[in-house]
Design a protein around this ligand. Structure first.
Ligand code: DHK
Length: 151
């Protein structure tokens, strides 16, 4: 049976495409999902793709990923990156390889965006590649899991 990875998106990511397009681009969250599905498929990985504006729901999904024995997780915690001890604790408890991703280069932006709690539990961090960062994150995760591209 295929291994499953979760791709989780935090608050306001549902607005991709119309939200500050000069920073986040014109691609929508549906486009991001399509990209993630195509990339996961190349590695024979099943994908759970989710977005929530609620911190607790994101915590529930990280716990779910652990309970369902997911192989790993990609997370764009968005506005919760620098505030959520709860998401950090959920990731530490889940003990899944987690990749943190940001569409923008957070180090080029306001300093408050740069102190990530999530990074303390992440295997790797990707930022600044636009939505391509999601594909890079899935590739990197597959590499960590020792899974080769199928075709
Ligand atoms: C998305 C957000 O919503 C912001 O709160 C982060 C991140 C940056 C991104 O670049 O994907 O600061």
């Amino acid at each position: 049976m295929a291994q499953t990875i979760y791709v989780l998106n935090g608050p306001n990511m549902n607005l991709l495409g119309t939200r500050e397009p000069e920073k986040y681009g014109r691609a929508t969250l549906a486009d991001v999902e399509k990209l993630c599905r195509a990339t996961a498929e190349r590695f024979g990985l099943a994908l759970e793709f989710r977005q929530s504006n609620s911190e607790g729901e994101l915590v529930d999904w990280i716990q779910e990923a652990h309970a369902n024995k997911a192989a790993g997780l990609v997370i764009n915690p968005a506005g919760y990156t620098t505030t959520s001890v709860a998401i950090l604790d959920a990731l530490l408890a889940a003990q899944l390889p987690a990749i943190e991703i940001h569409i923008t280069n957070i180090h080029q932006r306001e300093s408050f965006r740069q102190n990530s709690y999530v990074s303390k539990a992440a295997k790797a961090v990707i930022c600044g590649f636009g939505i391509d960062g999601y594909a890079l994150a899935i590739r990197g995760l597959a590499g960590l899991l020792g899974i080769k591209e199928k075709h």
